[in-house]
Each structure stands twice: as structure tokens, then as C-alpha cells.
Ligand binder design. Structure first.
Ligand code: ADP
Ligand code: MG
Length: 415
């Protein structure tokens, strides 16, 4: 399906076009607006919907021209189809003036529309739409529940968002049955990831601001209440990610650590995976298991281990022993600060940025933003497809892998 929006003040014309596109079944109309939006509004609509095709009425030729000019800048490659009631010579001159090659007029003929769609598809294959989309996507993965992953994700996300001047960051809680972020930030929004997933296929720029809660420059989407019957589908996650990447400078995702299929899909797209553990044997052991698994699906190079709750006194295991157990170096350590974390939880805010732990969150936030200039980027389409293939192996229905838990590292699917 091609993704499209209609900009047409003539409601009858717009409805007739929508009916034809519905019959054709090859073009989804994500939004139909009956006014020519000004630059800012237009950008918002385009970022929300990510269209490939714009059906544009030429009723007000100057406004139509503005729309074309604006989108040639902000969404190069997007295809235009001029729509009009008539085929007056003047209309045809206007179509040429705006530089649009496709033109449809009343009465719409299904075959003519189909031919036009075929040409649009060819043009899009040759030159896909280029839309600003961030690759700063960070996944926070607990080695074991209780490692402090959500604590680090929340605090690093808030610290990071403070560095963004005109941009915003997004923090999403995807721990569907134990999400703590709502509680940690005392969020009262009744909407959650459940609603975002439900509307992900046709996100609306008026709905999204209602789903998230803004904490300064950070928008937060929480996981809602415990809801065992809710399943997050891969397609929903992909649409949400695409949406978030077009609309935010940076995205942090807090995962449960259960390695659900959707969380692997997110890690597949992530710039970095922060694997959080504590200096205790079970936590280190599980961190190694998860690291080996991620290495097997070729995601090892983007894993960074964050060692949380380190005490200087009473160290039972030495740093060398820890790295030996993990099988990889520790990227950063975070001090244990029971009081600091407790005070933050009680107030529903971040850990005091001036405390030692707070300073560590600042440092992590800076390295996250710095990674925009370095590190493995969120894969090229070809590399991503290969990794996706590896991932699918682990989730074959007959692959001896039940309940969404991935097969052990190194396991091969049965032939
Ligand atoms: N650095 C720290 N010092 C002290 N307590 C911490 C620290 N990090 C996390 N905690 C506490 O550990 C518990 C588990 O943290 P949480 O962030 O929910 O872990 P996870 O998301 O990995 O399950 C919480 O009670 C939290 O307040
Ligand atoms: Mg958590």
C-alpha cells in the first residue's frame, strides 16, 4: 500500500477521490485535510503520517505551489498528484506551473487512477522519499529484573533531553507487565503504549500529544497498568518507531528483559543497547547469556554494559573478575545510592543531578548524544534485512521455541 494524504478544500472532490482509492485498494489515505496547511502545520502532518504521495487540489494555485515548494525541501522524493474538478486549459497550465506530472480530474476513472498509481510506484522505487528520521535510538535492557534499568533509562533520558534546545526526546516504557516509569515520574496520563499501539497505523498529530506526558523537553509514554492480554505486534512497533524517528531527536526505550520478539525488533533498530547489570553473580551470568545471544544475531557490536549499584567498600568481586564473567568490558559504572534513588522516587522526579549518581547519568547522556557522530549506525537496509532473517529463525513457530523466549545462544533451528 502506498501511504498518501489529500489536501483538498473541495470536500466533494476529496470524497470522490477517497472512494476511488478505496476501490483500487493500493493507496491508503492517512489523512484528508480541507485547508492548505501553512509550513509549520504541513510539516507536522507530514512527520506524523510519513506519506509517499500527496493528492493536491489546485483550487488555490498559490497555496498549492507553497505546499509543493515546502515539501520539496522537507520531504524530497514525495510524489504529487494534482486533482481538479475539470480539465480546463487553465487547470492544465496550472498543473505545469506547479511542476506536477500526475493529474486526475472528475469523473475519476478507476483505470486512469490505477495507471497513475503504477507510475507513482515506479518513481518512488527509483527515488524513495527522504524524510528526516533520527538514528539516535537507545534500548535499555536489564540483565535481570531489578538491575536498575528503568532508573538509568529515566534519568539518562531526562539528562539528555536537557541538552536538546529546539528538539525533543522520547522515553517509552515497553515493560508491558512491570512498567515502572509511570510510577517513577508520577504520571497521571491514562493513555499508554496500549493506545499508541492501537493507533500506530494511522497516528494522528492531534492524538499523539495526548498520549505522552511532557517533562521539559522529554515526552514520556508509559506502559499503563498490568494487562496480560495485551500483545504488542511487530507492525505496531515498527510504525511507532518510524513515527518517533521522524518526530524526535532521540528515543530511549525501556525494555523488560524478557526478550520478547518486539524488543528484539527494537534492538535491531537501536544505535546502542545498554545492558544493565549489578555486580552480583546471577545478574552477571544473565548479562553474559544475553550478550552471547545478541552476538549470535549480530547485534554484539552495539551492546554496552552498564554496571549499576557498585559499592566502593565491601567489594566481593573485583572489576577484572566481573569482566571475565561478562566476557566483555564494562562501559560505565554507577554508584549505589539508595537514599538518592529513594528521594527521587518519593518526589516523582529525577535523581539530584548534582549528586554523584546524578553526575553519572549526565555523563551517560552526553555519550548518547555524542554517538550521533560515531558508532554503528542503525544498519543499512541490507544489513538490517540480514539481521531480521537471523531473528526470524529464533521465532519460527516450529523452532522449538515457545512463549516468546528465544532459543539458547548458538541454537540452530531444526532442519
Ligand atoms: N544506583 C542505584 N542505587 C540504589 N538503588 C538503585 C539504583 N538503581 C536502581 N536502584 C533501585 O533498584 C530497584 C530496581 O530498579 P529498576 O530501575 O526498577 O530496575 P529494572 O528496570 O532493571 O527492573 C529500584 O528499587 C531502584 O530504586
Ligand atoms: Mg524496568
Amino acid at each position: 500500500m502506498l501511504r498518501s494524504i489529500i489536501i483538498c478544500p473541495d470536500l466533494e472532490l476529496s470524497e470522490s477521490l477517497q472512494a476511488n482509492l478505496l476501490d483500487l485498494g493500493q493507496v491508503a489515505v492517512l489523512k484528508a485535510v480541507d485547508k492548505y496547511p501553512h509550513a509549520h502545520e504541513l510539516l507536522r502532518i507530514v512527520r506524523t503520517n510519513g506519506p509517499q504521495v500527496i493528492f493536491l487540489s489546485l483550487q488555490q494555485i498559490d497555496r498549492a505551489l507553497e505546499v509543493v515548494k515546502e515539501l520539496e525541501q522537507s520531504a524530497p522524493g514525495v510524489q504529487f498528484v494534482a486533482v481538479s474538478r475539470t480539465t480546463d486549459p487553465q487547470v492544465l497550465i496550472d498543473v505545469m506551473r506547479v511542476g506536477i506530472r500526475e493529474f486526475l480530474s472528475l469523473p475519476f476513472n478507476l483505470q486512469v487512477v490505477a495507471d497513475s498509481v503504477t507510475r507513482l510506484r515506479e518513481a518512488l522505487d527509483k527515488r524513495p522519499v527522504v524524510m528526516h528520521s533520527t538514528d539516535l535510538l537507545f534500548a535499555f535492557l536489564p540483565s535481570k529484573a531489578g538491575s536498575g534499568t528503568s532508573t538509568i533509562a529515566v534519568n539518562a533520558a531526562i539528562a539528555m533531553s536537557r541538552h536538546l534546545q529546539d528538539n525533543k526526546a522520547l522515553l517509552t516504557d515497553l515493560d508491558l507487565n512491570g512498567g515502572m516509569i509511570r510510577f517513577m515520574l508520577k504520571l497521571e496520563n491514562e493513555y499508554s503504549i496500549v493506545d499508541a499501539a492501537e493507533h500506530s497505523l494511522a497516528m494522528d498529530e492531534n492524538l499523539w500529544p495526548q498520549l505522552v506526558t511532557s517533562v521539559g523537553n522529554l515526552d514520556v509514554l508509559h506502559a499503563g497498568r498490568i494487562n496480560p492480554s495485551f500483545r504488542l505486534e511487530g507492525t505496531h512497533v515498527r510504525h511507532l518507531l518510524d513515527f518517533a524517528r521522524r518526530n524526535y531527536k532521540s528515543i530511549c526505550v525501556d525494555l523488560s528483559g524478557n526478550m520478547e520478539k518486539f524488543s528484539l525488533e527494537i534492538m535491531l533498530e537501536a544505535k546502542k543497547i545498554f545492558l544493565v547489570c549489578t555486580p552480583e553473580i546471577p545478574s552477571l551470568h544473565l548479562a553474559r547469556e544475553k550478550y552471547m545471544f545478541l552476538k549470535n544475531i549480530e547485534l554484539g557490536d552495539r551492546v554496552s554494559v552498564l554496571l549499576n549499584r557498585c559499592t566502593k567498600r565491601n567489594q566481593v568481586i573485583s572489576p577484572e573478575q566481573i569482566e571475565n564473567l561478562l566476557g566483555m568490558p564494562v562501559t560505565m559504572t554507577f554508584p549505589n545510592d539508595y537514599h538518592g534513588v529513594h528521594a527521587a522516587l518519593t518526589a516523582g522526579r529525577q535523581v539530584d543531578p548534582n549528586s554523584e549518581l546524578g553526575q553519572h547519568f549526565q555523563t551517560l547522556a552526553r555519550t548518547m548524544l555524542d554517538s550521533s557522530h560515531s558508532g554503528p549506525s542503525a544498519a543499512t537496509p541490507a544489513a538490517a534485512a540480514k539481521k531480521k532473517g537471523l531473528l526470524d529463525m529464533f521465532f519460527k513457530p516450529a523452532g522449538g521455541n515457545r512463549g516468546g523466549v528465544p532459543a539458547p545462544a548458538g541454537a540452530n533451528p531444526p532442519k
